[in-house]
Write a protein that binds this ligand. Sequence first.
Ligand code: 26V
Length: 811
Amino acid sequence: MNLTANQFKKDFGQMFENLYAFDIKNSTPIQQYTALGNYLRILYSDDWNKTNKKYLGDQVKQVYYFSIEFLPGRMLKSNLLNLGILDTVRVGLNDMGLDFDNIVKSEADPALGNGGLGRLASCFMDSIASLGLPGNGNGIRYRYGLFQQKFVNGYQVELPDNWLRNGNVWEVRKENKSVIVRFGGQVGLVKGANGNLRPTYFNTQNILAVPYDTGMVGYQNDVVNNLRLWSAEIPPEEEIHYHTIAEREQVNKITEVLYPDDSNYEGQILRLRQEYFFTSAGIQSIVHYYKQTDLTWQNFPNKIAIHINDTHPSLAIPELMRVLLDEEDLSWEQAWEITKKTMSYTNHTVLQEAMEKWPIDMLKDLLPRVYQVIEEINRRHIDKKLPLYGSDLTYRTAIIADGYVKMAHLAIIGSHSVNGVAKLHTEILMHDVLNDFYQMYPAKFNNKTNGITQRRWLHLANEELTSLIDDKIGIDWKTNPAELKLFKAYITDQATLKKLGEIKLKNKEKFAAYVKNEMSIDINPEALFDVQIKRLHAYKRQLLNVLHIIDRYVQIKEDPSLSIQPRVFIFGAKAAPSYAYAKQIIKLINALAKLVNNDKDVGDKLKVVFVENYGVSLAELIIPAAEVSEQISLAGKEASGTSNMKLMLNGALTIATLDGANVEIRDFVGEENLFLFGLNDQEVQTFNENGSYHPREIYAANPRLEKVLNTLIDGTIPDIETEGRAIFDSLVYHNDEYFLLKDFDSYIESQEEIDQLYKNKTKWNQKSLINIASSGPFSADFTIQRYAEEIWKIDSQLVHLHHKTFLTEPI
Ligand code: 26V
């Protein structure tokens, strides 16, 4: 976009006065932000409109990414970057005497997701637009995002996240595009115009779904795609039926809050309402859109792809069937062909406790017609497969069984594609967790390793590193991330290595200033910064990290003159409010931090920093400052991980188990450039099958580990009587489900190697450089290119393909 700083100053100053009717000199950063956001939205509105018109006019195939979570992060800077006016606006604002960084910080960070799954959806939206692909997001406009986390006496406390308090400049409410979503009631058969009996619904509760659209600006390509988030309201014509406040609240509640139970399924009816609400609204709006064309229904899958992000939107399958059967009068066979060809599904977890299944009666009462459709899908599935696969296998794949409707089964049977999110994860799906389905539908299964957008996670988060890379290899890596590998040519260039170290130090200083300001903790920027940032979950093993910290503490206390590499251990993590064990681990980390950070014997040798309220914005501050990336989940449990990719891209060295995408990171970066430890997934499986793991024996036989574990229960760490005991028992007496004791020694050994390497700054920076240069294949641009070609069959609409050398790098 062409814009000079002078033009910007004139236009923006005018815009501000039009909005607020006072001089910008007397304004607050929030007002400045609001005006700037409005200015930008107007700036790209023409491209937004044109993009829409082009897709409709050319009748190109489009994908709709259905996700119950999106985690976009603040959008001001990313929109400026993608519009190509970041520097211009910065200069302009500076000339006007305004503080750009303050303006940026006054934007609320929309926390409409829990973690990896929601952030992935947003990285994908960025890549879809940046590749010029016709794609749309479909989700929920939660009135309150994921809770804000506070620590009170070391315990997690959850506060509401009123992210819309100051409005939202990026969204456009489109009441004229509203649709009605129906719940409850009964189904009857009524003769239609053509004399056929038609399912008709009575006594339903009708909810108005109102869309709020947000532009997804592509990277300097004039493309603006659409993210549509739905809000629940009382339909104006039904106001009369809502007599009490309680009845009205029931409607608002549907899109009030995001469920904070990442990976822990609880069969709550409100959650089911949410799932059907945004799914039905999305399907209806797609069908309305499609009917603007004069294409036949048979053409639907040639023009529309619908992607189901985990099982949360899997009611899209029976909902599309319902619309095609009941509203468009298609036969079952026609409707089923169309539905299967349209739908594709991604699995994001192998954890049994996260698998969605709804009690039959709950689904039947809330969605009677949808339930009938699911029953029929199930009946036909069993009928067809029984003669081919026999009863054992066939009934194991039933959608309705044991009193439940199993959403993963529905998603697989109703889609043409099922993918995992990293090579190992997909292997585990095919050969273990979903093996029954793999036997039936081998061709449906495929892998799409996750990716991240280098625009947010390198370009915006780490501008100094970006300029260094630009200086050395030019700027083409921004549109073809495979070119990052050219940076390897500087592996022996002392000046580049030195510069890399200086940039890291600067980023560490910036983070240290934040820690000082927010937490009153002094950390030494020269110490090694070790980072674990992800949801708190037992399988991710933050606790193993803690055991290592305690081990260091014990050693220092035994010999205060010990010479040891100073380290700062940095944690960021939210725990689901109902996840008691995860919350106990939070308390433990905070208690340990208090002990360690205030111990005179320890000094700079060891610091523990647990940042409050970890989210996208904090990730942008922490990741550029990280030197060690902790990716230490029990092998076989983490589907992919994506912080592993973001940290590597910013030059951190990874300490990892062979889990999720760590396996591919190892393949690209080389075994000598990361630190592997611990059991592999096969070994874990063998222990589990044989019941041959006995942590109590390890405890008894390993004095170093015994000392560490005893600190949990002997008062060494103050104020954790309950938590310390519970955690100790889970490890020593309740069989240590995630094999921490087994992996302890090899973890400690790898950590010692890290200390050794850190002594040699040149070698360290060389490995850091190789990590940066090897992270191109993990760009979401590649991931999306594969989804587009292999699953969605959609084409880029860019006239000038910037991406000519794409896909040279296989994953
Ligand atoms: C599951 C559930 C279960 C029901 C209650 C609410 C709720 C909310 C979110 C989820 C999603 C869990 C799955 C998930 O987030 N998986 C993560 O997906 C990342 C992106 O593919 C991947 O990198 C992580 O390894 C994986 O844990």
